[in-house]
Design a binder for this molecule. Structure first.
Ligand code: IMP
Length: 430
């Protein structure tokens, strides 16, 4: 029995999908705590690749109960599509998917506003996924959001929608000089989700706290990553939720003492999609090589990911703000054949050296990484199943990461398949 948070430690796309799927085999419950369909969790099982955007990765194990917490923003059409796709693949979620009645809904105007804001001022563009995430969280904070519970009461839903659509139409015509929303069509569309969603709706805070009392094994699944966190990340180039470990508590309605351990997932190098500073970014052939070998293209948008060297300043930061107990280092195999391997150990801007991540774009943009070189390896590591089976230089690379970030490496992923995984020691086990 244990409660484990699995958190992204860089700019998202660290391989949380694979790690959560791997750990879910021994879990009773997997609960997603923030974000929405901006996430894309890829899981490879045999010759089948599944990409999940909203549903927790645990859905792929029939014995796992899956939860979508209050911190998630849900596009009902996307959710129903994903449930239907899984049903067609023989995975029935009836009775084992629970959705918080407090979760907020993504509305058509959120997606429209997401697109309009990005197009209107290219200089202030974030490079969002265009899924309406930011505007949905804006309404949540402004206390005008529509929640799952509102779907169940048609009178409340109609009244709230009317008010919101009126306001968004004003915004769309006056600021963005664009199309108007069809109020009746939206109301009709959302009234229909009521019956579809009803069987899944639950007070998930009560359910989870009971499950914790009963000693169940629970994984709390984050989306995106620490540097995309609205508070801890490279603001304003962030998403609008809290992917960091603290978000698991507020996003699911559990207290801090319930959490037994935090696993930080991080790639053996660094990637980022969207705009914003990225100190160790590689623009030349090597960046291209990481992209090709690591298939670094967004699972949600298909955009090529920016690639760069491993950044231990970020690792240290992530260990600190998430309270990481152990790392799950992913895609170590992608580095095979690269020599020397550079690891960023600090930043400098000509006046001072930064050992702690400054998390401020204009400072980061002025900084140059300070690298240490480590020797690479050429052996294929995809068949290694224990730490000792890794080449000496791969072990040296991981040990260096442990030393410089201050947290142990508990899991190493050496390939996309579930079994291409090394579990090193107890802190990483659920
Ligand atoms: P939004 O979450 O769509 O508002 O996008 C805000 C920023 O977060 C953009 O830079 C996106 O590229 C990035 N982002 C959002 N979701 C993910 C993800 O799952 N992986 C990586 N980056 C993401």
């Amino acid at each position: 029995m244990s409660v484990t948070v699995v958190v992204g430690s860089q700019w998202g796309d660290e391989g949380k999908g694979k790690i959560v799927h791997f750990l879910s085999e021994k879990a009773d419950i997997v609960a997603r705590y923030q974000g929405g369909a901006n996430a894309g969790h890829t899981v490879v099982v045999g010759d089948r690749t599944t990409v999940l955007h909203l549903l927790p990765v645990g859905v792929l194990w029939p014995h796992v109960t899956c939860i979508i917490g209050a911190g998630v923003v849900i596009d009902p059409a996307d959710l129903m599509d994903e449930i239907e796709q899984l049903r067609q693949a023989g995975i029935d979620l009836t009775g084992r998917l629970l959705i918080s009645h407090q979760a907020h809904l993504i509305m058509p105007y959120h997606k429209l506003l997401d697109r309009m804001t990005e197009e209107k001022s290219p200089r202030e563009k974030i490079g969002t996924t265009g899924r309406g995430i930011g505007p949905a969280y804006v309404d949540k904070a402004a206390r005008t959001g529509i929640r799952i519970v509102d779907l169940l009461n048609h009178n409340v839903l109609r009244a709230k929608l009317r008010r919101n659509i009126e306001e968004k139409n004003l915004l769309l015509s006056r600021i963005y000089e664009t199309e108007q929303l069809d109020e009746d069509q939206i109301i009709q569309e959302y009234l229909e989700f009521d019956e579809q969603i009803d069987p899944y709706v639950k007070d998930v805070s009560v359910y989870l706290n009971d499950a914790i009392q009963e000693g169940k094994t629970i994984l709390l699944e984050g989306a995106q990553g620490t540097l995309l966190d609205v508070d801890a990340g490279t603001y304003p180039f962030v998403t609008s939720s809290n992917p960091t470990a603290g978000g698991a508590l507020t996003g699911l309605g559990i207290g801090p003492r319930c959490v037994d351990r935090v696993i930080g997932v991080m790639k053996a190098y660094t990637t980022r999609v969207g705009l914003g500073p990225f100190p160790t970014e590689l623009s030349g052939e090597l960046g291209e090589l990481f992209r090709e070998v690591g298939t670094e293209f967004g699972a949600t948008t298909g955009r090529p990911r920016r690639c760069g060297w491993f950044d231990a300043v970020i690792g240290r930061y992530s260990a600190r703000v998430n309270g990481v107990d152990a790392w799950a280092v992913t895609k170590l195999d992608v580095l095979t054949g690269v020599h020397p391997l550079k690891v960023c150990v600090a930043y400098e801007d000509g006046r001072r050296t930064y050992r702690h991540f400054p998390a401020v774009p204009h400072i980061l943009e002025a900084c140059q990484p300070v690298y240490e070189d480590l020797p690479g390896w050429t052996e294929n590591i995809q068949n290694a199943r224990t730490f000792d089976e890794l080449p000496a230089n791969a072990k040296g690379y991981l040990r260096f990461i442990e030393e410089i970030t201050g947290a142990p490496v508990g899991i190493v992923s050496v390939g996309p398949d579930r079994d291409m995984t090394i579990v090193r020691d107890a802190p990483a086990q659920p």
